[in-house]
Design a binder for this molecule. Structure first.
Ligand code: BGC
Length: 344
């Protein structure tokens, strides 16, 4: 699956692939480049195995896609308006027009992470991000641990420390497709425990206060297919579908449900819990042409990302009702997100 003609990464070192396995025969695969979640293969009740993640055929293909497939994203996932930390009067490096997306032009997804340790059930990666990296203040060290347990749960635990005050928003950018043949993922059913979402403009920058989902296409409090109200209102039309952060009712409590996704045939369920305040629902609106594991390239909407995060542009919006995204020197930034796969 992952043999590669270009066997070395841009830094001249080989890619390092780690395979985690559990007692049910579930297999999750990771790569040190971008601390990337490559694959999650779930044994089904009928004896078949389903690949639940979008991904590329070879490690080097990951260098030629801009969908952030399975990558660890940082220092700040999602957008920072005008690539500017206004309270510090500090300019970051822009990479989406004048804005910054997913940590800047050389974000954590485009870097080698060190493997601190690995076993059959856990891999621990670390990255050193120097003062000024992508414009951010302070020397930052980030750790991410991926763990697979016997409940088919992939837990992702993030930690960061920094010697200056810096906003931190680490997430994973996996795209899920729980169906056997990876058709249009909008046929999946989704439940999202969120009463409010954040409207954005066509560049994905928040342009209005948090809005109640009640009476809008953003109401996933009762499960419905992603296709049901697709493009039903202007907030979706601005970004070609769902590409929005929802403020979770769980409010940082990783023991409460955040979201559940079901394959179109109902045979596989994915539940998401997180200590992050928000979840970005991205329906793969811009996936078209992304290099694919099996069929050449993906089409739009072939995968759904559920990214645990602070709301986009939070460093510039202290008024929003969520925990503070600023990491202070001497403190430790922590976050955990769990993706549990249950065959039905
Ligand atoms: C963003 C999308 C973007 C995608 C890939 C998502 O998290 O919200 O707008 O196209 O990442 O970059």
């Amino acid at each position: 699956m992952l043999s590669d003609v270009q066997s070395h990464a841009p830094d001249g070192q080989p890619w390092r692939i780690t395979v985690l396995r559990n007692a049910n025969g579930m297999i999750a695969t990771f790569m040190d480049w971008g601390a990337t979640w490559l694959s999650a293969r779930v044994p089904m009740q009928d004896g078949c195995v389903r690949e639940t993640l979008l991904g590329c055929a070879t490690p080097s293909d990951y260098l030629h896609q801009d969908a952030y497939l399975g990558a660890t994203v940082g220092r700040y996932a999602n957008r920072i308006a005008h690539a500017r930390l206004t309270t510090l009067d500090r300019q970051l490096q822009a990479n989406q027009g004048e804005h910054q997306l997913h940590g800047g032009p050389e974000g954590f997804d485009k870097r080698r992470w060190q493997i601190v340790s690995q076993s059959d059930s856990e891999v621990h990666y670390r990255i050193d991000s120097p003062d000024g990296d992508q414009g951010y203040p302070g020397n930052l060290i980030a750790d991410v641990r991926f763990q697979l347990d016997d409940d088919n749960c992939v837990s992702i635990r993030y930690e960061a420390r920094c010697d200056q005050a810096c906003p931190v928003n680490l997430t994973n950018h996996a795209y899920f497709n729980l169906d056997a043949h990876h058709g249009d993922a909008r046929q999946h059913r989704l439940q999202l425990h969120a009463d409010r979402y954040l409207p954005v403009d066509s560049a994905g920058i928040p342009n209005a206060p948090l809005k109640a989902v009640a009476g809008t296409s953003f109401d996933f409090r009762q499960a419905k297919t992603v296709s049901q109200d697709f493009l039903a209102d202007d907030d979706q039309k601005a970004v070609k579908g769902y590409d929005h952060a929802f403020l979770l009712n769980s409010a940082g409590d990783a023991n409460q449900p955040a979201a559940t996704l079901w394959s179109a045939d109902g045979k596989l369920e994915l539940s998401v819990t997180t200590s992050a305040p928000a979840l970005q629902l991205y329906s793969g609106n811009y996936l078209e042409g992304t290099r694919a594991r099996e069929q050449g390239s993906y089409t739009a909407f072939q995968g759904i990302a559920l990214e645990s995060e602070f709301l986009p542009d939070s460093p510039n919006h202290p008024e929003w009702p969520q925990a503070d995204c600023w990491l202070q020197p001497g403190d430790r930034w922590e976050s955990i997100t769990r993706y549990r796969f249950t065959p039905r």
